[in-house]
Design a protein around this ligand. Structure first.
Ligand code: NAD
Length: 492
């Protein structure tokens, strides 16, 4: 950061000021304080990073995987040593509670740990004598320069769904953080620098649309991992693919949870409220609509109202706070408008988080937990990704009606069922069209050694982030058919 709090880019092992003509303010959403200024870097700075990464790639891809992961082991230790500091930064720029920020960084570190297994995970295959004296092998090689485009809601974690695997597999990398929350990634890049990665292997360019356009068009960039709203995911996927790149693009979500009457309501209300209201509902795996089946209509509605109303809202660094602000004033106003639209369409705001004021944080962008009853299944609350602490309730008669409703939605990130019945759970798992399924779990976030699935309008591509999918995405296969002992071939 410069003296006037302007963020720098990290290109070819150096911290450099951007030549950007525009800078945006980075705001603490709980206080509205300005934390820094982020450059809207021009395309030329993506080009510079891509050239540096392309040069570094030639040596990095020839570095044995067992040596490459030593940098990741160092990074893991540095992330542990700076865990509290990064978590505080996430809370300050993004608004989530300190516990949520720590949870986010735990998953980031877990991905580094899993990627340290690359020497085994990227092994190839070998078949001897596919014909007499002829062998066939499949090897995995890195792809080249890869890039990540990140959203605002997990400033520290999202890049780690990709970056550790990409580097461990021998690729070089560019990260474009969200312009709303660039500070955690700045600290993480200071740690990547300390871990000693050779210059050009990891690069960070701040910015927004122009930087994204440059990534999707840059010829040196061979693979892109993008996470954001559905319009951006579609755009990056289509333009990147048209340019011949590998693209995996995670999009938005609208996650339904289904509550059967036999569910343990005490547990369900707590888990459902955590899903809908933690991170102020700004998670791609947040519950957004609850479908109550049969008698759950009343038992769940009563329980969730009480739970929502009791949540402590405030600044995420303060003790006892369960929910922080949303990302900014624009988002707060948009969420409040959507709640109003839902009411106009016939829903009742049985817990209403609009116009909430937190003493000491009057300038913050707070929306309290909100529960809307009798939501129109075809209306705005049911159909729009609200990305705020709003849970809409819809009643259906049977689990089949619920599954039909879930499968009729545009998105396919997550669906959850709360029940005591094993056969209902199996039916739901089997028939529901969503990439991540929770059974008595409200946020079915995969551990680092499973892919972060997602389908329909929530994902564009084939291979997801994390685990084996990431290894597949960041390697290209090469099949070699070999004949050596000529005399053997003659013999048959
Ligand atoms: P966003 O789409 O506004 O921004 C995402 C990234 O795209 C940012 O880096 C931004 O600079 C860039 N961008 C924004 N507008 C662009 C444009 N017109 N052209 C090119 N690039 C553009 O998303 P956000 O508000 O930062 O994040 C919230 C969204 O991300 C939600 O929709 C949420 O569901 C989604 N998300 C999805 C997942 C998932 O795994 N499916 C995970 C986290 C967040």
């Amino acid at each position: 950061m410069t003296a006037d709090n302007r963020l720098l880019n990290y290109i070819n092992g150096e911290w450099k000021p951007s030549a950007a003509s525009d800078y945006l303010e980075v705001i603490n959403p709980a206080t509205n304080d300005v934390l820094g200024h982020v450059p809207l870097s021009p395309a030329s700075e993506i080009d510079e990073a891509a050239r540096a990464a392309a040069i570094a790639y030639e040596k990095w891809r020839r570095t044995p995987a067992t040596d490459r992961i030593q940098y990741l082991f160092r990074l893991k230790n540095l992330l542990e040593d700076n865990f509290e500091d990064i978590a505080r930064t996430i809370t300050m720029e993004c608004g989530k509670t300190i516990g949520e920020s720590k949870g986010e960084m735990r998953r980031a570190i877990e991905n580094v740990e899993v990627a340290c297994g690359i020497p085994m995970m990227m092994q190839g295959d070998f078949s001897e004598d596919i014909a007499p004296g002829i062998d066939e092998l499949m090897i995995r090689q890195p792809v080249g320069v890869c890039a990540a485009i990140a959203p605002f809601n997990f400033p520290g974690m999202i890049a780690f769904w990709f970056l550790p695997y990409a580097l461990a597999c021998g690729n070089t990398y560019i990260v474009k953080p969200s312009e709303k929350v660039p500070l955690a990634m700045k600290t993480i890049f200071e740690l990547l620098e300390q871990a000693g990665f050779p210059k050009g292997v990891v690069n960070m360019v701040n910015g927004a649309k122009e930087a994204v356009d440059a990534i999707v068009d840059q010829p040196e960039v061979r693979a892109i991992s993008s996470v954001g709203s559905t319009p951006v995911a579609k755009y990056v996927y289509s333009r990147g693919s048209a340019n011949g790149k590998r693209v995996q693009a995670q999009g938005g979500a609208k996650n339904p949870i289904v509550v059967l009457p036999d569910a343990d309501m005490e547990m369900t209300k707590r888990i459902a409220a955590d899903s809908a209201f933690c991170c102020a509902g700004q998670r791609c795996l947040a519950a957004s609509v609850a479908l109550t089946v049969g008698d759950a209509r009343h038992s769940f509605a009563d329980a969730i109202k009480e739970e929502a109303a009791s949540r402590v809202v405030g600044y995420g660094l303060d003790d006892g706070v369960q929910m922080g602000p949303v990302i900014n004033k624009l988002s707060m106003e948009r969420i409040e408008r959507l709640i109003q639209k839902g009411v106009v369409e016939g829903a009742s705001a049985v817990v209403d988080g609009r116009s909430v004021v937190i003493p000491g944080y009057e300038n913050g962008s707070f929306v309290g937990p909100t529960v809307l009853e009798n939501v129109d299944p075809a209306g705005s609350i049911a159909q729009t990704e609200i990305f705020g602490p709003v849970l809409g309730l819809i009643h259906v008669e049977t689990i089949d009606d619920a599954i039909q409703y879930v499968n009729s939605g545009n998105y396919g990130n997550m669906a959850c069922l709360f029940t005591n019945s094993g056969s209902a759970a199996r039916k739901f798992r089997y028939e529901t069209d969503a990439g991540n399924i929770g059974i008595n779990v409200g946020v079915a976030a995969p551990m680092a050694f499973f892919p972060f699935s997602g389908g329909k309008e929530s994902f564009f591509g084939t291979l997801h982030g994390q685990g084996n999918h990431a290894v597949e995405f960041f390697t290209q296969t090469k099949v070699v058919v070999e004949r050596w002992p000529k005399e053997w071939s003659r013999q048959f």
